[in-house]
Each structure stands twice: as C-alpha cells, then as structure tokens.
Design a protein around this ligand. Structure first.
Ligand code: HEC
Length: 99
C-alpha cells in the first residue's frame, strides 16, 4: 500500500514537470524565448529563473486582467486565461528551473 502511494506520487510529480515543460514550449516559448531569456515583444522582462510564486502571481494578474506592466497586459490575458491553477503552477515551476 505504502509503495503504491509512493509510486503514484512519483508518477504524478514527473507528469507535472513534463506538463510544465510542454505548456511552456507550446504556449510561451514563441514570445519569451526557448529558455525564458527573451524580452517578449521587446517589452517584458526576461522570466528565466523567476521564483515560482512570482510567476504565479503575475499569471493570476493577467488572468483577471489586473496586471499590465508594459502596456501589453492584454496580450498575456488570453495566454493566462485558459490555464488552470495546476497548469500555471506547473509552468511556473518549469520557468523557475530555466537559466
Ligand atoms: C504573444 C506573445 C506572448 C506569449 C505567447 C506569452 N507571453 Fe508572457 N508576456 C508577453 C508580454 C508582451 C508581456 C508583458 C505584459 C505586460 O505589459 O504586463 C508578458 C509578460 C509575462 C510575464 C511577466 C513579465 C514581466 O515583465 O512582468 C510572465 C511571468 C509571463 N509573461 C509568462 C508567460 C507564460 C507562462 C506564457 C505561456 C503560458 C506566456 N507568458 C506567453 C508576451 C507573451
């Protein structure tokens, strides 16, 4: 029983990591760069290595339309809105590993 729980935990953690990477590659990389190094549309700060909580906070701000740091918040809102809290957490985790 204990082993099964541990196994399930390990599987879900690795799925989460994979999910974050694939969300980033498919939905964020085109503007933020392969490793989060780009200034998206020449405006945003490079997000590589951002603390997970900081990215989650930014994404939630875009999701509810309250964040707009460079005047292009409206571009991020439709990127953030379709993501669930779990997906935002996973992609934020991934971004925190980027250098
Ligand atoms: C179409 C280009 C584009 C795509 C795709 C995109 N972004 Fe952005 N992102 C921007 C722009 C432009 C800004 C600056 C918005 C503003 O003015 O607040 C930004 C800002 C951000 C910020 C805050 C950076 C700062 O300067 O404060 C984070 C974090 C972020 N994006 C994460 C993501 C994630 C995660 C994804 C994928 C789910 C994503 N972005 C997809 C263009 C994009």
């Amino acid at each position: 029983m204990k082993k099964t729980v541990l196994l399930l935990l390990a599987v879900s953690i690795s799925l989460l990591a994979e999910d974050g990477a694939s969300i980033y590659t498919q939905k964020c990389q085109s503007c933020h760069g392969k490793n989060g190094e780009a200034a998206a549309l020449n405006k945003a700060l490079p997000i590589a290595g951002w603390d997970k909580a900081k990215t989650i906070e930014a994404m939630n701000g875009y999701k509810n339309g309250s964040r707009n740091t460079t005047g292009l918040g409206k571009i991020m809102t439709p990127k953030a809105q379709p993501l669930t809290d779990e997906q935002i957490g996973a992609v934020a985790e991934y971004i925190s590993t980027l250098k």
